[in-house]
Structures are given as C-alpha cells and as structure tokens.
Design a protein around this ligand. Structure first.
Ligand code: 1GP
Length: 255
C-alpha cells in the first residue's frame, strides 16, 4: 500500500511548534476586515506571538476579497496564512495553506465531502497546501452550527465528542478542531477538551468564545494544543484580554 502523502511545509511547521507547546491562531474575517485592517491585526497578533493567521469565517466571501486580504497578510507577516474555508469561494492562491476540513457532524454531505470533491483539483492547481482536518461543532455552535446543518454535540456529551474525534483520526485526518462557534458565550468545556485529548494522537485545536486569559488557561490546562480566536480582535483590536490570551499561550510554552 502506498503511504499517505507527507505533510507539507506549513503543516510540518505547525506540528513542530505544537510538539514544543501550545500555539495560537488568529482568525481574520476578510468580509469584516479589508486588506489594510487585516494587515494591522495580523502584524499586531504576530508581534504578540500568534503562530499563524487564519482567513475565513463569513459565508459568501468573494474570491477577490479573499485573494486581496490573503496577499496583503502574506506580505505583511512571516507566519503562515491559512484559509479557513466556508466553501469554494474561499480559495485564494496567495494563501500558504488551507484547512481542508470535513464538518464531521453536519447533516449536509456537501460539507462533509461533496464540496471537497468539487474543489480538490482547484486546491492542487493553485498550489495551496491542504491540511487534513476534522471539524466538530459543539453546542451552542452559533452560526456555523446553523449554516453547517450540524447535529451539534451537547456540551456534556464527552463520549460523543471523543467518538467523532477518534473516528476522524482513524480516517486519516491529522488535526481535530473543536468549535463552539464564533461569538459563543463560552468556549468548549474544559472537561470535553480533556476527554477528547485523552483519546487522540493528533493535535487538538479549540476555538469559539475564547475571550480572556482565564478562558485560555482553562483550555490549555485541559490539553488544547492550539487556540483560535477571531471575534476578540475583530471587535476590539489588540485589547488587554487578547494580550492575556497570548500571554497564557506563551506561559504554557514556557516562553
Ligand atoms: C470561529 O473558533 C473561531 O470559527 C473563533 O471564534 O470568533 O468566538 O473567537 P471567536
């Protein structure tokens, strides 16, 4: 049997960093931030230690806007620029990589595999590095839970989350993302992060509703290996709370 393709340079870089301690990813929504604003957020976040910039978040981002923001951010910061897709319009050749992710608990097969089948050749042709990811929406799920037609995993259903995550790993996905939904009133419960981490070998990413240092600390102590924040910088820029989150990640890394 032919072995699976090796990870590309962006994935290797992230994996190497994760091996040394948790990382932070800054999500920028190209619909809410124009290239200038996106560049400003990216520079400040990276200056504080954020390890990569994710671009995405809204439904219906135009290809032109995604491309313009990806080009500007890539030129402005040294860390990887990774597409966090909502559909085929999210592709941008200026990005380094794309989280090629299956919405594991969607009832809509388009979001599980069909859109991927329609876009895989474009990803290859554009030379964007795919990073295979299982994406699991936890209650409340917010907008992604709705538009993603997700059977959201209940916050107390630890075994349910473990099952999805481990199944995704067994299917060959190399990263697992637990998502409470952008703007969620609270992040994924620490108990769920701990439970999922205990069964996984691949790295665990957690996002949605992380608003302060205490949120970050609880998730990191539970075993989150990457934290994603978006809303906090979209609404308030580089606030005291954002600095606290980065400081917690830095502390957990021992830097
Ligand atoms: C959303 O997990 C990310 O997909 C980030 O969530 O906007 O709540 O930080 P926030």
């Amino acid at each position: 049997m032919t072995p699976p393709p090796p990870a590309g340079p962006v994935e290797r870089r992230l994996a190497e960093r994760v091996a040394a301690g948790p990382i932070h990813l800054t999500l920028i929504d190209p619909d809410r931030s124009d290239p200038e604003r996106a560049t400003e957020i990216a520079r400040e976040a990276v200056g504080l230690g954020s390890d990569a910039i994710m671009l995405g978040g809204s439904t219906g981002i135009s290809r032109q806007r995604m491309e313009a923001v990806a080009r500007a951010v890539r030129a402005a910061v040294e860390v990887p620029t990774i597409i966090f897709p909502e559909g085929p319009g999210s592709l941008a050749s200026s990005a380094h990589a794309i989280f090629f992710m299956s919405l594991l608990n969607s009832r809509n097969l388009d979001l599980v595999i069909r859109t991927h089948a329609r876009t895989a050749l474009s990803v290859q042709a554009l030379g964007i590095e795919p990073i295979a990811m299982g994406y699991l929406v936890i209650a409340p799920g917010m907008r992604v839970g709705e538009v993603g037609e997700a059977d959201v995993v209940a916050r107390e259903d630890l075994a349910g989350a473990q099952g999805y995550a481990l199944a995704a790993e067994y299917l060959g996905m190399r990263w697992i993302y637990l998502e409470a939904g952008s703007g969620a009133p609270a992040p994924v419960p620490a108990a769920m992060v701990r439970a999922v981490r205990s069964v996984l070998s691949v790295p665990l990413i957690v996002g949605g509703g992380i608003r302060c240092g205490a949120d970050a600390r609880a998730l990191l102590e539970a075993g989150a290996q990457a934290l994603v924040t978006g809303t906090i910088t979209e609404t308030d820029g580089v606030s005291r709370e954002f600095r606290e989150i980065l400081a917690e990640v830095g502390r957990a890394r021992g830097r």
